[in-house]
Ligand binder design. Sequence first.
Ligand SMILES: CC(C)(COP(=O)(O)OP(=O)(O)OC[C@H]1O[C@@H](n2cnc3c(N)ncnc32)[C@H](O)[C@@H]1OP(=O)(O)O)[C@@H](O)C(=O)NCCC(=O)NCCS
Length: 381
Amino acid sequence: MVPEEQKKGLEGVVIADTRLSKVMGDIGKLIYCGYDINDLAEHATFEEVVFLLWNTRLPNRAELDQFKAELAANMALPPSLLETMKRFPKDAHPMGVLRSAVSVLGLHDPAAEDSSPAANVRKAMLLTAKIPTIIAAWARIRDGQEPVEPRRELGLAANFLYMLKGTEPDSVEVDAINVYLVLLADHGMNASTFTSRVVTSTDADMYSAITAAIGSLKGPKHGGANEAAMVMFNEVSQASSVEQWFEQEVKGKGRRIMGIGHRVYKAPDPRAGILKAHAMALCERSQNCGLIDVARQLEDLARADSYFIERKLFPNVDYYSAIVLDAVGISTDMMTPLFAMSRIAGWSAHIIEQWADNRLIRPRGNYIGDTDRRYVPLSER
Ligand SMILES: CC(C)(COP(=O)(O)OP(=O)(O)OC[C@H]1O[C@@H](n2cnc3c(N)ncnc32)[C@H](O)[C@@H]1OP(=O)(O)O)[C@@H](O)C(=O)NCCC(=O)NCCS
């Protein structure tokens, strides 16, 4: 008998008070600490948003300058971590590499076990600064190239592109990455954020919580959807037409369209609209609009189909972010690490919030197995 209170997938279950972000799924609105995501995407840098999530207020000019300088000063990786990464299998998934590298980073932090508020802020700073460097370094290491050192005068988005490509970052691409990072920084009690809070609730250290969160983000039902959407767009572009692919794969075989649907949004995800506009601007600039045309046609087909209409299924943030990241030159399997590069802001803010008012998160399962079996000795089985 299923207990009345059981909610499959914890749908609708509230697990904590939070001041960080609120997803209003019925009206398609998202706020960080009271600020509308549209407002932040138009005006804020990622660094401002990180400060906002850690302090629940925006910084003034002097605070922001100091904050950016501190982040830039923390971006370089310990040489021993780079040496370890050089020994990772070159065909490892970049999310597996990121998960492992963050875990190794914890081994190199002599204060890893100190979870005081000051130590947690220091670790949040260190992780937010070093994750872009890990991702960029891995992109180069697996291609047989030497990693590029970060530059202190560059902001986080620009530094990432510089370390990835080894060339002066292009301002349009920097803006696109910045908007992407702002939009993905936090999102209520999503699966990876919940994971980070569950681990924290046992009084485990921040490295353990972030390592677990990265593992949770990797799945295609969560952060891995940007990679899965990109793979799908490429597949659709090979079909004789988008309509034919939709009829055959979605209507015929019941395949899910990756990057569509959301547990909370039953109205358009506001982040998807912002990214769609950026994707269109980027494709017009490069005169290469093939994939965005595929994505738009597929969205139109889904949005006109009664199955998608009845279930209130709209493109989520990962749908057009795949197109934006592709236009900026991010390879498909590097897309989910980019999600982590942004979400580290929210994860660390939630971990700090959990520590401030912690109680072990320990739900129950509804046991439906046998209850009265007798042990049979091995020789009798
Ligand atoms: C995000 C997601 C996991 C939400 O899952 P959920 O809240 O548990 O919702 P469910 O999986 O129960 O789906 C609800 C219904 O919509 C359908 N559905 C959900 N997403 C769909 C998609 N992308 N394409 C086709 N049908 C979809 C399901 O088949 C289900 O139909 P049913 O009620 O007839 O069984 C789901 O929408 C999904 O798999 N989307 C694709 C992956 C993705 O983009 N993930 C990133 C999320 S930000």
